[in-house]
Design a protein around this ligand. Sequence first.
Ligand SMILES: Nc1ncnc2c1ncn2[C@@H]1O[C@H](COP(=O)(O)OP(=O)(O)OP(=O)(O)O)[C@@H](O)[C@H]1O
Ligand SMILES: [Mg+2]
Length: 384
Amino acid sequence: MTERSADEQNEGPCASASTTLIDGTQVQVQVQGANAETRAKRALAAAAAAATEETERPTSSGESMGIIGESAPMQELYRLLDRIVATSATVLITGENGTGKELVAKAIHNRSSRSSGAFVATNCSAFNDNLLESELFGHKRGSFTGAVGDKPGLFAIADTGTFFLDEVGDMSPALQVKLLRVLQEGTFMPVGATQTKKVDVRILAATNRDLMARVREGYFREDLFYRLNVVALHVPPLRDRTSDIPLLTEHFLDRLGERDGQKKILSRQAMRCLGAHNWPGNVRELENEIERLWVLAGDEALIDAEHLTPVIADALTRPAPKDSPLPAGKTLHDMVDELERSMIDRALEAAEGNKTLAAELLGISRRNLIRKVQVYESGEGKSS
Ligand SMILES: Nc1ncnc2c1ncn2[C@@H]1O[C@H](COP(=O)(O)OP(=O)(O)OP(=O)(O)O)[C@@H](O)[C@H]1O
Ligand SMILES: [Mg+2]
């Protein structure tokens, strides 16, 4: 049998056909050669079927990814997630403390083709520079005091998987250069090594800072910012999706119920207070509040508003700012300063002196809280 060349196949009769797809797009196909008309019709049918599937494919539900929330901002997030999981693009996840950035990062990994690899997470602000370098890139035995053996480093562990760099905005300039190299070339140098290593790692980074502002202030490399910000994903604060509060509350109550083999629900008044609070600590604050209520309610199956943290219980009755007269002889700075001090005091009191918890309640980093407390204690007045 003689084989026909592609050119020969393209000789002969020519047929064209056109149709309008479900999304309104006009498609025209032109086919030349044997059975041109049938092949043109088949091509059109395939295009129409693909367009229909694309249009009708529902956005993944958040719940299937362990993310609770059906509000419009969350639907927007799920739509973007659907596109992100199909690629290996680097993603910069932004959002305030406790909004669910790590949860979203895990969802991206679990739904991606890398899910059989490891999901490795590290918090860049939790280490000093030297430790973080060794943590990320590993070290050779004897490269520094205490390096008693070779250590692989998290990038090596995350090979073929996903590496989640949390609080990336806190990384030192020296490490930023090294991270840039991983992003550009996929290579890094373990501490004390003489040869680079190569890895195939998808990087997801998160920050609760305004990273572009950090770039402008000279703390963060602009080239690294653009390498990380290939896709930007913003997780909205809870106050912008208050319609999700009942769902989240139910989710946390169900989880506690499974743990303790009990069932409890919230009174309407308590739920109204949750809806009126502005949640500076976002979903984590809500999660903690629900667990607190669960414990305080004891054997009661109906959790009433009396158990709420005072600042949340007062959310409904707090007077609107316009009802308060302007304080005489005080500048805006004085008032902001006073409010900040009072919130810090209240948070520390509520957290019984635990700075990590107090920082979470305030929606700021622990480091920032400690700095502010130091400024107040030194009597320097208004902190930054
Ligand atoms: N949409 C959500 N549905 C269910 N649980 C959530 C959701 N968002 C956050 N959580 C829960 O709230 C807590 C905080 O979430 P996570 O650690 O992902 O937030 P984060 O943005 O990384 O916080 P931080 O900035 O403090 O690191 C976790 O226990 C997480 O499971
Ligand atoms: Mg986090």
